[in-house]
Design a protein around this ligand. Structure first.
Ligand SMILES: Cc1cc2nc3c(=O)[nH]c(=O)nc-3n(C[C@H](O)[C@H](O)[C@H](O)COP(=O)(O)OP(=O)(O)OC[C@H]3O[C@@H](n4cnc5c(N)ncnc54)[C@H](O)[C@@H]3O)c2cc1C
Length: 407
């Protein structure tokens, strides 16, 4: 008799697992609690979906922050090229942008979902929508899935691909952790990752909405540098966000309870000496002006009073009266604008959840549970996570592929 497979979660991991299990001749049902597949996929990449990354697959590992070795088998079994070829075979055209990020040519995540739907239909996957699973029971080699609407269905094998806990409105509310715990699995502490940072400084509110390009953000604990990022960031009403802040969060979330100091180097291309010379040049040009009005070539307007204040210099003093020491303080603030880490924004606002089903309890070459045969995991529910750039979706496809082909 045809083996019955239930795949829980209609995100990218569940879709890929279900399609490949179907291609292997299984009787597959993909179960999703929302009224549509891929609700989170739809909002990825600001609605454009950064499908994967076009870098060589061996470069992916350095972009995985948690447990990259667990992904050797899956990444090499189903690569970035494989997902692009699969989606293109179902009519999706793709393009590569800055940072090797792969997007649909149409810039529409909905087109990625369309291609995935054709893949599912081609492999005879039954799709159940609006079906929230509230519990799973295991007895005599069978899994009974109990739905919220009090119906039940029995499967020989199941894949849990319910995602993490971030952006719960998309359906990822962490239900899978509860199911897995019931079967004896341990859950590594769930933490927000790729998440904005709240800071203590009051002045932040005065610059909210201001974005900075080509700056360096450094995090340190007890004067020791723990991580550094270069690129673009943004001030918000609570602290900081933007690409380098999200990446930073991924690297420092293990230190959340420590006293983290953050510093922005507003002019990383200039050494302190060169910056001092540059300031002197500007002062020469604006020699009869107050300092308040003479930094506009160097800094964004809204940041000027803040930098002046933090440098403990008098903003109304004419520039030709500035001492070397005062200039040194100004240079120091521009190179090390200080911020105090308060906390990460909540997991609900994180791009990904770090933590999840312990990798020690999953076979990395099949995604099958080492505790209960017939039970498989795929995607963000597993304790692996990566940086922005298409790596998290690739985790979903590659682990989904192994689950689907080995089930
Ligand atoms: C705003 C945002 C932008 C992002 N952009 C990118 C990007 O451009 N590129 C990238 O690589 N990554 C991106 N990510 C991360 C990426 O979207 C996730 O890592 C990925 O979607 C995880 O896939 P998944 O299939 O494991 O889980 P999910 O996509 O979370 O899917 C899980 C599914 O399971 C369903 N489910 C949960 N519980 C139940 C239940 N009890 N019964 C039935 N169904 C259930 C959910 O409704 C959901 O549809 C982004 C994330 C966010 C939040």
């Amino acid at each position: 008799m045809q083996e019955k497979v239930g795949v829980i979660g209609g995100g990218p991991a569940g879709i890929v697992a279900a399609g490949f299990a179907g291609s292997r001749g299984k009787d597959v049902t993909l179960i999703e609690k929302n009224d549509q597949l891929g609700k989170k996929l739809f909002i990825t990449g600001k609605g454009r979906c950064n499908i994967t990354n076009a870098s060589p697959i061996e470069d992916f590992f350095e972009n995985i922050i948690t447990n990259y070795t667990f992904l050797y088998s899956s990444f090499y079994s189903f690569t970035n090229k494989d997902i692009i070829a699969l989606l293109e075979s179902y009519g999706l055209k793709t393009k590569v942008e800055r940072g090797n990020r792969v997007f649909p040519l149409s810039d529409k995540s909905s087109d990625v979902i369309k291609a995935f739907k054709k893949f599912l239909s081609d492999n005879d996957v039954n799709i159940l929508l609006n079906k929230k699973i509230k519990d799973i029971y295991y007895k005599e080699n069978k899994f009974t899935v109990a739905f919220q609407d009090d119906t039940r269905e029995v499967f020989d094998k199941i894949v849990i691909a319910t995602g993490g806990k971030s952006y719960p409105l998309t359906g990822s509310t962490g239900d899978g952790y509860t199911f897995a715990k019931k079967f004896g699995h341990s859950i590594e502490t769930l933490k927000p990752s790729l998440v904005p940072i709240e800071t203590n400084e009051e002045w932040i509110k005065e610059v909210q909405g201001l974005s900075l390009k080509n700056v360096t953000l450094t995090a340190s604990i007890d004067e020791k540098k723990i991580h550094e990022e270069f690129g673009e960031m943004l001030f918000t009403h609570y602290g900081i966000s933007g690409p380098i802040v999200l990446s930073m969060s991924n690297h420092i979330n293990i230190y959340e309870n420590k006293k983290i100091k953050l510093f922005i180097d507003l002019k990383p291309a200039l050494s302190e000496e060169k910056l001092d010379k540059r300031i002197l040049r500007d002062f020469e040009e604006f020699k009869n002006r107050q300092i308040n009005n003479s930094l506009s070539k160097l800094l964004p307007q809204r940041l000027i009073p803040i930098v002046i204040n933090l440098s403990s210099i008098d903003g109304e003093k004419p520039v030709n009266q500035f001492s070397k020491l005062e200039r040194a303080r100004l240079v120091d603030t521009i190179k090390n604008l200080p911020l105090t880490f308060k906390r990460f924004r909540p997991i609900e606002e994180a791009i990904v959840t770090s933590g999840g089903i312990s990798i020690k309890e999953i076979d990395p070459s099949t995604m099958e549970s080492k505790l209960l045969p017939g039970l498989f995991f795929a995607g963000e529910i597993i304790d692996v996570d990566g940086l922005t750039g298409g790596y998290n979706l690739q985790i979903a496809y590659s682990t989904g592929y192994l689950a689907g082909t080995n089930i």
